[in-house]
Design a protein. Structure first.
Lengths: 475, 185, 536
């Protein structure tokens, strides 16, 4: 489930402090120890340190989480106060160097799986809060990380990262710009630095550095595609209302818009749902400032009609009957596999597969449930972007997300559907509910399947498999 | 031949309704005049052109799914090779009495005619249960002739209150409260 | 530890919940495990599709095996000739042979037995005592509940006396209870007026997402197939065992356990493939978890573990009567999962000297299928039919009354002298009768039904107080005991006759109690696995 690619959502640190921390006067430096710890904890949430520095089922901040990268697997470190295994001996200056410059206290370079190129903007004040929290607010994990990072040549030379840093690392600390409103500055700090949205949403050059001038314009994250999130003119989110963007970040879903799955689901679960209303509003405000009017982007369609009012339970609607009839035609065209209760591999009809595997929740006509517990597919952006990647990944990996308004779970179908069946479903969905059929083929699904890195059950062996060292006898 | 299923399919729901019950006598007569006493195998059983209209009259539902009418007919025939004749007798009786809707059927003498009403119930049952023939709790042989699951009319009277089993109506726990209609149920 | 002279440390025969839990536990602890499954594997969506397209089963009626694979070499139990009956009571339980086993179509009930259920003979002078106590099994109940994600009411007295929480448990249920439906809440209120406590049924449905299962949203089709996998089924642990390194061989019918020359151990396991090729596999230990009927069949076919002559005997079920009524007030059965509560008034007490325990289990089904059939049979059509369906569906109440049986050696499964399977091996004959101890519950149930009808101001829709139904809960067929002369396995689940052969099935249970036996079978299996783990 985890490990989506090099820049997945490996965020090391930081976050802006609770309400209006940035606006706080210098006098706030006299805040009590508790307030400082609380602020550090909030920063650690906002920067989502836990996502990468905790392995599944492992102790919090104990490290050992493996991040798939084209260079090999990079394992995160223990960042608890353990003297032996963690950062117990680190000075604040050393800590700051690691977070903002990717330089470990022993002088070794960190790999940019750790998004220090985003964190480099962190203010000294926030670094201090974070340092205090990581030293005093976190339980020491007295155990080794386990796996060690061993990358392929030439990436195994950490010294190379010094060159990379010289080329690409921007050492400017965050500061409000003249004429920038307080909210815009806060939003910029959150988006660019603390919540490091660009780590996923900004495309990288061949050296894995963020492309200048392309900030937040969409990028690949393992098998997933982190879309352009500009909300200004002609931006993909231009038609979203402010409260919809806020709700998406907080809950991970917005009715008739989109749901967060994969890495974004994790970002919501571990980080964004903990942000204050003001911080979420600041993020939204900042995204509104990014416009695509000069980029040749296609102007965003006005808000489509909501289908909320049309969601009615029952299957006598024209939409439901059409899907049933489609499934019926698919069966009639090739009845064999459908009638055979054992044969699931040769079932190939997109509508029939949709009805069997998806419609119990999303409903036959793709309208979801009235309460939006199961989202409508008919209006979802996932069917409209042209790229099938996120749809395919969602079908493969399912959805597992804990947003502020509760858990969402869609089962993973990686084991239950073949590449060709997923193609059939994607085509059916995009054609029937998305307006236009997406171009997708089995090879594409197979490639994405390789990036779906969840631990995977072995297929049942055929009977008499030689792999077991079985010895056939004469009957 | 009257309207075959392929022509039938192209009818929109509206045209079926417009013609529907109102056209029933004419259509039925048309069919009767072409006396179809011929033996028909299940797979080649032509759908009587008035079947949908008569189904609407008997069920009282004017929005039957036209796309499954042939399946209903085939299922009825599949379980009773004599059904064609039974159907014809009922259709003739309905035409003779100029019954144009369900209320007229009820008010007529037909519900008291065990044989003819039995045929009517068989047709209604197929549309309501989505199958013909009883379920076999401990057997896989001689099982019902299957027509439709979601399209079975038996779900409709409670569609606002319960579920068509296997299909979700919302998130967990809605069931803690009674349906909104409880006071008038 | 693993030696190359064996194919595996442990071979598990059967990939249902009971075998898969043990296989998972052993594999996770580093043992090499091979699971052998007679049937095949299909994904959930395929079963959902077959369900919606077959017409021979609904959530509350019909043939629950119907949507599942049914191969000539792994027939489901309702294939003619698979089981013949020679006794006064027909006994052919619903049963599946495929990866995951019969919990694909269960109702999800996950009961612990009561401490007293283990001591029937000592306490009430009937039946048998178990060779282990509730306390011995408790840690494994706990483990099974965590693995399966069991939801239950921590405040409930499951002995049915309306007292303090019981039986004792080392930790709360791993999953909080689902909301009682309005139907069940009203029922609880009305029953309370008559002195009948009504408790939340412990079950394997995910109240909140659990492991890889989404939350239950009340699709009301727990059996024959939960369409979304919110309800636990054995395929979960078959898959988990594989992830932990176990090898699963499907379409492989184990037909013989081969003894060592001295007869004290099992040397090898033989299975057929559908091509009728025979394969021999060896292991240090063998755990047969092949259902309460197929397990003794395999032992009889192999002439194994039967020095006592008890293999196949002592068959028990929770034979049952049932009542369907139309209540006075609309309560709307059918919102939420298909069963949520039980009346446990007769679960335990001094009455067990005289008659079996009784558990009235209340269904929460969408009743439209049976209601519509009934109304059609009365000739109702048209708008009046719609009105009547709605009226009755709002007031429909369906309950089954499960009864405790005692082990009787005469109730037995034997190899058929007539019918043979795909490989030419004898199938099964069952001779079954309900004994007087169980029959004595009839008067009590009749009284209760009269009470329930009075309390609900109900009209009988259908009442069965004459034909013993079975609940597909076979037990006792490879009975557990401390005396090798009258039992097949000891308290560990180890056969008395063969040191390295363990049986994990509800067939080992020497007392039926009155609750669904799956969780007890799972706990016993995990206990056996922990013992094997120490030795292998």
């Amino acid at each position: 489930m985890r490990g989506y690619g090099l820049f997945r959502r490996c965020r090391f640190l930081l976050g802006g402090l609770a309400t209006g921390m940035f606006a706080a006067a210098p006098g706030a430096a006299h805040a009590s120890e508790d307030a400082l710890l609380a602020r550090g904890a909030y920063l650690a949430r906002a920067a989502d340190c836990v996502a990468c520095h905790t392995r599944p089922g492992g102790p919090v901040f104990g490290g050992g989480y493996g991040i798939q990268s084209p260079m090999g697997v990079i394992y995160s470190s223990n960042i608890t106060p353990s003297i032996r295994y963690g950062i117990g001996r680190w000075s604040e200056a050393g800590f700051a160097r690691a977070v903002r410059e990717g330089l470990s206290s022993d002088g070794r370079h960190l790999y940019p799986a750790m998004p220090y190129d985003s964190y480099s903007g962190l203010t000294d004040r926030d670094i201090h809060a974070l340092y205090i929290y990581m030293r005093q607010g976190v339980a020491a994990v007295e155990q080794p990380v386990g796996a060690e990072t061993r990358l392929r040549f030439p990436y195994n030379f950490r010294g190379l990262m010094g060159v990379w840093n010289w080329l690409f690392l921007d050492r400017t600390r965050f500061a409000p710009r003249p004429a920038e409103t307080e909210r815009a500055a806060r939003g910029r700090y959150l988006v660019e630095t603390i919540a490091h949205c660009g780590t996923c949403h900004t495309p990288r050059n061949f050296m894995m550095a963020a492309k200048r001038g392309k900030a937040l314009s969409g990028a690949r994250v393992g098998g997933w595609f982190a879309p352009d999130i500009a909300a200004g003119r002609n931006g993909p989110l231009a038609s979203w209302r402010d409260e919809e963007i806020d709700a998406y970040l907080r809950n991970g879903h917005v009715r008739d818009r989109a749901v967060a799955a994969g890495p974004m689901g994790e970002a919501v679960e571990h980080s964004l749902r903990y942000l204050t209303d003001d911080d979420l509003a600041a993020i939204t405000y900042y995204l509104r400032l990014i416009d695509r009017s000069g980029s040749g982007a296609i102007p965003v369609e006005p808000r489509r009609k909501t289908i909320s009012g049309e969601r009615e339970y029952g299957f006598s609607s024209a939409g439901s009957e059409a899907v049933l009839a489609m499934a019926r035609r698919e069966r009639a065209a090739n009845p064999g596999p459908y009638a055979d209760r054992r044969d699931y591999r040769s079932v190939a009809g997109g509508a029939a597969l949709y009805r069997a595997a998806c419609a119990s929740c999303h409903q036959l006509d793709g309208s979801g449930t009235q309460d939006d517990y199961y989202p409508a597919l008919r209006e979802s952006t996932i069917l409209r972007g042209g790229k099938p990647d996120n749809l395919v990944m969602t079908i493969l990996a399912g959805v597992h997300r804990n947003g502020a308004d509760g858990l969402a779970a869609m089962p993973a179908f990686r084991q239950d559907l073949s590449d060709a069946q997923i193609v059939a479903i994607v085509r059916f969905l995009s054609r029937t509910f998305g307006g236009r059929e997406m171009a997708v083929d089995s090879a594409q699904v197979a490639a994405l399947r390789r990036l779906d890195t969840a631990d995977f059950a072995a297929q049942a062996l055929p009977s008499g498999s030689r792999a077991l060292n079985t010895r056939p006898e004469r009957p | 031949m009257g309207l075959g299923i392929y022509q039938m399919k192209r009818l929109t729901r509206r045209t079926v309704l417009a013609c529907g019950v109102a056209c029933l006598p004419a259509m039925a007569l048309f069919r009767a005049s072409h006396g179809s006493g011929r033996a028909q195998s299940v797979h080649h059983a032509a759908l009587p052109p008035d079947f949908l209209a008569l189904s609407q009259l008997l069920t009282g539902h004017d929005d039957l799914d036209t796309s499954i009418a042939l399946r209903v007919w085939e299922a009825l025939l599949g379980k009773d090779p004599e059904f064609s004749g039974r159907y014809e007798r009922l259709a003739r009786a309905v035409v003779a009495r100029r019954l144009r809707d369900h209320a007229a059927y009820r008010a007529s003498d037909l519900p008291r005619d065990a044989l003819l009403h039995g045929t009517a119930v068989a047709i209604v049952g197929a549309w309501y249960l989505g199958r013909v023939g009883p379920m076999k709790p401990r057997s896989e042989t001689d099982t019902p002739a299957f027509i439709t699951y979601e399209g079975a009319l038996m779900w409709r009277p409670t569609i606002d209150a319960t579920v068509i089993p296997t299909y979700a109506r919302g998130g967990p726990g809605f069931w803690a409260e009674p349906p909104a209609t409880l006071q008038t149920d | 530890m693993t030696s190359t002279q064996y194919d595996a440390d442990v071979i598990v025969v059967g990939s249902g919940v009971i075998g898969s839990l043990a296989a998972t536990h052993l594999a996770r602890n580093g043992k090499s495990v091979i699971m052998i499954e007679a049937g095949t594997r299909v994904p959930r969506w395929k079963i959902v599709d077959s369900f919606r397209e077959c017409g021979n089963v609904s959530t509350d009626a019909g043939n629950r095996n119907q949507p599942y694979p049914n191969e000539p070499w792994a027939p489901s139990s309702f294939v003619p000739g698979y089981i013949t009956n020679s006794g006064p009571i027909e006994y052919v339980p619903g049963m599946l042979r495929m990866v995951g086993g019969t919990t694909w179509h269960w109702g999800g009930a996950c009961w612990r037995l009561l401490p007293n259920d283990f001591r029937l003979r000592s306490l009430y002078g009937v039946g048998r005592d178990w060779p282990l106590s509730y306390d011995d099994l408790e840690p494994f109940y706990h483990q099974a509940e965590r693995e399966m994600g069991v939801s239950g009411d921590d405040s409930a007295d499951y002995s049915g006396h309306g007292g303090a929480p019981f039986p004792p448990r080392q930790a709360p249920f791993p999953v909080r209870p689902q909301a009682f439906s309005y139907f069940n809440k009203r029922l609880r209120e009305i029953l309370a007026e008559g002195g009948y406590p009504y408790t939340y049924q412990p079950n394997g449905r995910a109240t909140d997402p659990y492991d890889e299962r989404p939350a239950c949203v009340g699709n009301n089709n727990c059996s024959p197939i939960c369409p979304i996998g919110a309800q636990y089924s054995g395929d979960r642990h078959a898959t988990r065992a594989e992830r932990a390194g176990a090898r699963l061989i499907t379409d492989a019918t184990v037909y013989r356990l081969e003894k060592t020359p001295d007869g004290r151990k099992i040397a090898a396991v033989h299975y057929f493939t559908p091509e009728r090729t025979s394969v021999r596999l060896t292991a240090r230990y063998v755990l047969v978890a092949a259902h309460a009927l197929e397990t003794p069949r395999l032992l009889l076919l192999s002439d194994v573990a039967n020095a006592s002559g008890m293999v196949g005997r002592n068959l028990m079920d929770h034979n049952a009567f049932s009542l369907m009524m139309i209540t006075d007030e609309p309560m709307w059965s059918g919102r939420g999962p298909v069963q949520q509560g039980d009346i446990l008034k007769w679960r335990d007490g001094a009455f067990r000297r005289e008659h079996g325990a009784i558990r009235h289990e209340v269904g929460n089904f969408v009743g439209n299928v049976q209601i519509t059939e009934r109304l059609l049979s009365q000739g109702l059509i048209g708008p009046a039919l719609d009105e009547a369906i709605r009226h009755m569906a709002a007031r429909w109440l369906f309950m089954g009354s499960n009864v405790e049986m005692l082990p009787e050696p005469t109730n037995r499964m034997t190899l058929s002298r007539v019918n043979r399977d795909f490989y030419g091996l004898p199938l099964m004959n069952i001779h079954y009768d309900v004994n007087d101890y169980a029959r004595a519950t009839r008067a009590v149930i009749r009284n209760d039904y009269a009470d329930f009808l009075r309390l609900m101001k109900g009209e009988v829709f259908e009442q069965n107080l004459s034909v013993w139904e079975n609940r597909d809960h076979p037990m006792g067929t490879v009975i557990m005991g401390s005396d090798p002369r009258d039992s097949v396995v000891n308290h560990e689940g180890r056969t008395h006759d063969h040191d390295n052969l363990f049986l994990a099935t509800t067939g080992v249970m020497p007392a039926a109690s009155v609750v669904n036996p799956t969780l007890t079978g799972c706990a016993l299996s995990l206990r056996s696995a922990s013992i094997i783990l120490r030795e292998v």
